[in-house]
Write a protein that binds this ligand. Structure first.
Ligand code: GLN
Length: 482
């Protein structure tokens, strides 16, 4: 259910917003136990919001841009008065006392909050298997993972349990699950969207962004949530363009760079490669010029990311000490004992692994060898992109090396799990915007995602190319029915 079909129902008076929202909750009640995309729903407030929009419609008043659009929010984004758990025992009982800037912008644009979606604990993961609230299933095949960490958001959009969802992307957590679930996921330029109210994982990489059914819905959400925020000093003071304005512009002559290193990587599944390359052919027939480019450091992204992200995580997660908020162990003998027991009992294995790696990489004697080295490689990765953008307007890669894998495949093999982020992390390290859109299917019938990467603040260009592709290719004709 994309925004326009939702709006058609309302405008044609087929249904009130309240009826439509009620229908979605009925679907969630009936079918989400199978998918487990929501951690909690906020039905009462959603219905009263829907009634307010219905009143505006009845009185023929001006409607805000997202009037009545039912939206889900990843549960690491603070929602005032609603539990914000990060899918962790540590924050199981934490009720956010304030609203994140990105979500509050959606609500003031008329969007309706349906609830909070499942994720890997503290957004660390690629499969939504490390959640305190259980694994989320992929709507295309419930034996498979939806990707992660925004797996609940992507699965809920794919299953029709909301019209759009917010996710967060530190190393691929919007784009990878969007790719696995056959939906659209956009990671904005670092600083385009405020991080105020996003529970910090790795602050120099984290960004909030939309997961939607189609490209134009992603453009609408991005427009709504972008812009300067006095509460986040890393948020850019740059005008927000109307991302819908140029969506249908011709892409004749657009220069699209194919990153050589991605397509040559031995870990890239051959069916994914084939499907993405047929997408490249389609771009050619649409008038784009395809140019091969080199980004020699691209494949060093994973090693670099898995030093920098855990380092920042170890600093950010130091705040969970059992004193101020979050889980507190009952059997601590003294302050230090209580703090360490609270952390050992409150954080799951993967979160503890990241804290250990990060603390090690930042410790005296190792920081030069690991953290500072990684920061230097990060600069080289960014330089590669800068050089590529001297020759082309956009870059194109697969979003992930594979399609959705089976539950349990990698949960005990963290290094293989980390490789799922191979093609997405370099973008975060460089602070660039990128989208994942469906470009085909593998022989198992699972969706394949294609990634378009833009230069800093060139979301409009990405959205334009993605939209033209989406309309021409019509990849997703039928979604899984729930
Ligand atoms: N899968 C990556 C990780 O585990 C990315 C996570 C994210 O983007 N939040 O770190």
């Amino acid at each position: 259910m994309n925004f326009n079909s939702f709006r058609k129902e309302i405008v044609s008076n087929n249904a009130s917003v309240k009826e439509l929202v009620n229908d979605i909750f009925a679907k969630i009640d009936h079918k989400d136990p199978e998918i487990n995309s929501y951690i909690c729903t906020t039905k009462d407030s959603a219905i009263s919001q829907a009634e307010k929009i219905d009143k505006l419609i009845q009185n023929n008043e001006d409607l805000p841009p997202l009037a009545g659009i039912p939206i889900a929010v990843k549960d690491n984004i603070c929602t005032k008065g609603v539990a914000t758990t990060c899918a962790s025992k540590m924050l199981k009982n934490f009720v956010a006392p304030y609203e994140a800037t990105a979500s509050s912008k959606l609500w003031s644009s008329g969007g309706i909050c349906l609830g909070k979606t499942n994720l890997d604990e503290f957004a660390m993961g690629s499969s939504t298997e490390t959640s305190l609230f259980g694994v989320t299933s992929n709507p295309w095949d419930i034996n498979r993972v939806p990707g992660g960490s925004s797996g609940g958001s992507a699965a809920s959009v794919a299953a029709g349990f909301c019209a759009a969802a917010l996710g967060s992307d530190t190393g691929g957590s919007i784009r990878q699950p969007a790719s696995f679930c056959g939906v659209v996921g956009l990671k904005p330029t670092y600083g385009r969207v405020s991080r105020w109210g996003l529970v910090a994982f790795a602050s120099s990489l984290d960004q909030i962004g939309p997961i939607t059914n189609n490209v134009s819905d992603a453009a609408e959400i991005l427009y709504s949530i972008s812009g300067k925020d006095p509460f986040d000093s890393t948020c850019l003071d740059k005008t927000v363009p109307n991302y819908l304005a140029d969506l249908n512009k011709s892409i004749k002559g657009l220069k699209i760079g194919i990153i050589k290193e991605c397509f040559e990587h031995p870990g890239l599944n051959s069916e994914v490669k084939e499907s993405v390359l047929s997408g490249v052919d389609r771009f050619k027939t649409l008038g784009a010029e395809i140019i091969e480019v080199e980004c020699p450091r691209f494949n060093d992204g994973i090693a670099t990311y898995y030093v920098i992200a855990p380092s920042e995580a170890s600093a950010n997660l130091a705040r969970y000490d059992g004193v101020k908020y979050g889980y507190r162990s009952n059997d601590g003998l003294n302050l230090i004992d209580m703090t360490s027991k609270s952390r050992a009992e409150g954080f799951g294995d993967e979160v503890q692994r990241r804290i250990l790696i990060g603390t090690y990489a930042l410790s005296a004697g190792y920081t030069d060898a690991y953290y500072k080295k990684a920061q230097k490689v990060r600069t080289l990765i960014r330089n590669d992109f800068d050089n590529a953008f001297k020759k082309v307007d956009l870059l194109l890669t697969p979003t992930c090396p594979t399609t959705a894998f089976l539950k349990g495949d990698f949960i005990n093999d963290p290094l293989s799990m980390y490789l799922s982020d191979l093609l997405t992390v370099p973008v975060n390290l460089a602070g660039l915007p990128a989208i994942s859109i469906p470009c085909g299917f593998d022989t198992k019938g699972l969706p394949v995602g294609m990634q378009l990467i833009g230069n800093v603040l060139e979301e409009d260009r990405i959205l334009n190319a993605a939209n033209i592709f989406e309309i021409d290719a019509q990849v997703i004709k039928n979604r899984p029915v729930f």
